[in-house]
Ligand binder design. Sequence first.
Ligand SMILES: [Zn+2]
Length: 60
Amino acid sequence: MHEVGQILTLRKKHPCGGQTWEVIKPGVDTRLKCTTCGRVILVPRDKLVRQIKGKSTASQ
Ligand SMILES: [Zn+2]
């Protein structure tokens, strides 16, 4: 499960060119905010899991 405030990098780019998203509200539909333009979107969790490029660079 994702945590509030977590930064995710997705494979699909936002039209603004941003690729990183901040988790606003995790759930069946996860609310994400584009860290580049501030747009908030709602993504189904199963779809989101497939879109995530890397969860963390600190751990393997
Ligand atoms: Zn954006």
